[in-house]
Design a protein around this ligand. Structure first.
Ligand SMILES: Cc1cc2nc3c(=O)[nH]c(=O)nc-3n(C[C@H](O)[C@H](O)[C@H](O)COP(=O)(O)O)c2cc1C
Length: 223
């Protein structure tokens, strides 16, 4: 009960937290929060096509983005950037994917047109871009891991704040023309199209999860 009360009071603080701060100065670092564990165990992506509007407002989105950037990051390189697409800008990504399909895949105009709707799913779309820095001791691999952590933190933050989220990629994220349309540098990669919106009434169901024994060994491998 104490934990629940404590968790709820923490949640209030998170909800009230200004979108302009990067941590909660009135809460000690690493304060136990069992509700966070519950959220991790029950978080589910909501299909972008099933999301409802209006989704997170600007202040909430800033909180989500700030939470996204509070991740382990070797060398404090911040090897990512985020492009927020709202309203009509989302359609521009759909146009870019459609044009790229015709140009790069010789897809018929009719079929390519259908992809225009991809980017207008959900309410807000954040293009998470892996933007590597050159560093003598920190390889791109580690920077990719940190970018993935940033994406996952954003899904968790959005869910904690009552919104729906899904991390997608798909053909468009690997297309050179789409990357050019997004003004991406040569070394940059799309880590994900992060869709945010509101939850539909229908609850998601659980999907199969990996079994611990298939992925974890205990103790030193070998003899
Ligand atoms: C990098 C990355 C890219 C993904 N791209 C797609 C995708 O294009 N299409 C898709 O259906 N799911 C994709 N997924 C999976 C979903 O985001 C998500 O994992 C799944 O819908 C449900 O899992 P969850 O409820 O545990 O989040 C991707 C996941 C990751 C990590």
């Amino acid at each position: 009960m104490i934990a629940l009360y404590y968790s709820l009071s923490q949640f209030d603080k998170i909800v009230d937290l200004s979108s302009k701060v990067n941590h909660m100065p009135d809460v000690p670092f690493n304060t136990p929060n069992p509700a966070t564990f519950d959220l991790l165990m029950n978080r589910r992506s909501v299909k972008a096509k099933d999301m409802e509007g209006p989704g997170p407002d600007r202040a909430t989105l800033e909180k989500i983005l700030r939470a996204g950037m509070r991740v382990p990051d070797h060398g404090k390189l911040a090897p990512w950037r985020f492009v927020v697409l709202e309203g009509e800008d989302r359609g521009k990504l759909g146009d870019a994917i459609c044009d790229a399909l015709i140009k790069e895949q010789e897809t018929s105009e009719k079929i390519a047109e259908k992809m225009k709707g991809y980017s207008t799913q959900g309410s807000v779309l954040v293009v998470a871009i892996f933007s590597p820095r050159e560093h003598p001791a920190i390889p791109h691999w580690e920077q990719q891991l940190s970018t993935g952590a940033a994406c996952q933190n954003m899904l968790i933050a959005a869910t904690a704040l009552g919104h729906a989220a899904q991390w997608l990629t798909g053909w468009g994220s690997y297309s050179p023309s789409v990357r050019a349309a997004l003004q991406m540098a040569e070394a940059e990669r799309i880590a994900g199209f992060l869709f945010f919106g509101d939850k539909p009434e229908k609850q998601p169901t659980e999907r199969p999860r990996p079994e611990l024994e298939n992925h974890v060994t205990w103790g030193w491998p070998g003899l």
